[in-house]
Write a protein that binds this ligand. Structure first.
Ligand code: ZN
Ligand code: ZN
Length: 273
């Protein structure tokens, strides 16, 4: 077995494993303070691409700065539903300008979050609507964030389609019928580290049924570290644990799972990898 030497023997590359972290926040603290080390560990674990997701204008610029300096990093930009409060036309105009940067491979994360409720529902809904239009105008795939809002969010997406550039429901936490509605929209479903959590039988059941051309992997780092690293700050190299669990659930080899999820991410985001 070929492996690249790393300082941590547990983090060896497994032969043939090339992974893409389709949703990270390495522009957020604490990862933003150690980007070179985080990327080095990702490379040493077989990660060949990272999409870092800027969640407001300033964060989007930070994401783009990292993407500019690192060939394996790409940016997605959008105003997160948490930050919907106080967003005006000017903000959307600034986001639109940033979206023209060639390293911006997607628009989002946009959506609805009725779990944390950092912004009122009607405000979230208005900003979601406007940004769906913006993503369509820019012909970018959309990165969708839904939390405790699958019924309403999927309803909005169904009404405003079709989406020639496609999209992904990131950090999927819906049920079987939500997954089917996402697939019917032509969307991908992205699986985070929560699939490793003991109680998450619902997500494992969904993972076993997603068509092989529609599944992506993500860390959503620095949040949601997978087992056995739960509680630590998450980072792209930890995606190997999520990949192993998804391969196990689907009854396939890790290298095959890596190949298909990586090809899916390259296809959806048109990555030059
Ligand atoms: Zn999210
Ligand atoms: Zn995110």
């Amino acid at each position: 077995m070929k492996s690249i030497a790393t300082s941590d023997p547990k983090m060896k590359v497994e032969s043939g494993v090339r992974l893409i972290d389709s949703h990270a926040h390495i522009e957020l603290e604490p990862l933003s303070n150690k980007v070179p080390e985080v990327i080095a560990r990702a490379l040493a674990t077989g990660v060949i691409g990272i999409i870092t997701v800027g969640i407001d204008y300033d964060d989007a610029r930070a994401a783009l700065n990292i993407a500019r300096d690192n060939p394996i990093v790409f940016a997605s930009i959008g105003i997160h539903p948490h930050n919907a409060k106080g967003v005006g036309d000017d903000d959307l105009g600034l986001m639109e300008q940033l979206a023209d940067n060639p390293k911006v491979v997607a628009y989002g994360e946009i959506g609805l979050d009725f779990f944390r409720n950092h912004s009122p529902h009607d405000v979230q809904r208005g900003v979601f609507d406007d940004q769906i239009e913006l993503a369509k105008k820019k012909n970018k795939p959309m990165v969708i964030h839904l939390r405790d809002a699958y019924a309403e969010g999927l309803g909005v997406l169904e009404k405003k389609g079709p989406y020639p550039a496609g999209g992904v429901i990131h950090c999927f936490s819906g049920d079987e019928s939500d997954a089917q509605r996402a697939l019917d929209l032509g969307f991908y479903i992205s699986i985070p580290g929560t699939v490793t959590y003991k109680k998450n039988n619902q997500l494992r059941s969904i993972v076993s049924h997603i068509p092989e051309d529609r599944i992506l992997l993500e860390t959503d780092c620095p949040f949601l570290s997978p087992e056995p690293l739960r509680g630590k700050d998450n980072e792209p190299s930890f995606i190997i644990h999520t990949a192993r669990k998804v391969a196990e659930v689907r009854g396939v080899e890790l290298s095959d799972l890596a190949l298909l999820t990586t090809n899916n991410a390259i296809r959806l985001f048109n990555l030059p990898l």
